[in-house]
Design a protein around this ligand. Structure first.
Ligand code: ZN
Length: 154
């Protein structure tokens, strides 16, 4: 299992806003990104210490979106599929400006449509030597189709 860290809330609860996997935590830019997300909250100290939160499966790395088991969520409905990743990871992989408007976005999450954009992401991950697996979540009516089409502006 991957190691994860995060800045807990003042009450000591783990936070997905500042959660980083061990790989992402190695990069100062990612730590800055997590601290910036903490600034937008009321209960996370952006200058707080990162503590070990390995094994808390409610948390996803805020940069790469990976959960505690190293698994990304692949959402499907009866017609199509979308891979849930984060904007920060697409930026880090250098593919953000190559994602089509057939994908969707919501907050810091990007839902890559399966035909082209998810493959673009998977190829970039492989090129970076990063391992990944998927966990499929099927819904007959997914809310993803109601999200905003992907664009470089949020
Ligand atoms: Zn990560």
């Amino acid at each position: 299992m991957d190691k994860f860290v995060c800045i807990p809330t003042n009450q000591g609860t783990g936070t997905t806003e500042t959660c980083l996997c061990s790989l992402c935590y190695e990069n100062l830019e990612n730590i800055g990104y997590a601290r910036n997300l903490a600034v937008k909250t009321n209960d996370i100290d952006p200058y707080g210490d990162f503590v070990d939160c390995t094994g808390n499966d409610a948390l996803n790395c805020c940069v790469c979106g990976k959960n505690a088991d190293g698994i990304y969520i692949f959402h499907t409905d009866p017609g199509h599929g979308w891979l849930e990743v984060t904007r920060a990871e697409c930026t880090r992989l250098g593919i953000l400006d190559k994602i089509s408007h057939y994908s969707y976005q919501r907050g810091d999450k990007v839902y890559l449509e399966e035909d082209c954009d998810a493959a673009l992401w998977a190829n970039a991950k492989k090129a970076a030597g990063e391992e990944f697996t998927f966990d499929e979540q099927h819904l007959d009516e997914t809310p993803i189709r109601d999200y905003q089409s992907f664009g470089l502006d949020i």
